[in-house]
Design a protein. Structure first.
Length: 214
């Protein structure tokens, strides 16, 4: 790490990174002079086909929400329930309006955990027996601080297929535009493939109008 980055906040680094990428993606010969990121007459090629290339602000904290509203095309929180999604969307819209942006142009996506079972109890047991629950517990002092196991199970796509469909519908009512990076819980490749098949058969098929176009 460069000496002038030792005291930099991650939020400032991310913001400057987004600004620098915008210049690189849109200008033939790009120059950017930030506090921490600096370059002169740099060419990045090929350019993205999409203009602007959608950049999502990932994270649940206020600084991530602010970046989504002020700079990005979307907000990508992780493992939140519908009520928190609705509240976060409102904050994104507030920051967007303050920055002179149209909130309707900013999408909301979600990283969620999917674990399906024939009964709710079996789905919960499958999750608890998985390596993913070890990962969840490793974050109890950081990312998931204050989030109980019960809250975590309720917020994510964990349960029977019918229950998960109800959760997806609740997210839709909360204003969620799409799911990104859905994490399927499994300890083996065969379990992973089976979880994906069940999800496609029962959950995706229940929302035919929400599938992305080819």
């Amino acid at each position: 790490m460069a000496p002038d980055l030792r005291s930099a906040s991650r939020a400032d680094l991310v913001t400057e990174g987004i600004e620098a990428l915008r210049v690189l993606f849109t200008e033939r010969h790009a120059t950017y002079h930030g506090k921490y990121r600096r370059f002169e007459d740099v060419e990045s090629f090929p350019k993205p086909i999409q203009s602007p290339l959608p950049i999502y602000s990932g994270g649940n904290v206020e600084s991530s929400i602010r970046r989504a509203g002020e700079l990005c095309e979307g907000w990508l929180p992780a493992k939140l329930g519908p009520a928190a999604i609705a509240a976060g969307r409102a904050r994104v819209a507030e920051y967007a309006r303050r920055a002179g942006r149209d909130p309707s142009t900013i999408a909301t996506a979600l990283q969620s955990v999917a674990c399906l079972g024939e009964t709710t109890e079996r789905a919960h047991a499958r999750f608890t027996a998985s390596a993913f629950d070890l990962f969840r517990r490793s974050l109890e002092r950081t990312m998931t601080k204050g989030v109980t196991r019960e809250d975590y199970l309720a917020a994510n796509l964990i349960g029977t297929p019918d229950h998960v469909c109800e959760k997806v519908a609740a997210f839709e009512r909360a204003g969620l535009d799409h799911f990104c990076a859905t994490l399927f819980v499994a300890n083996t490749v065969s379990e992973l493939l089976e979880q994906m098949r069940v999800f496609a058969r029962y959950v995706l098929s229940a929302f035919p109008d929400r599938r992305p176009s080819a």
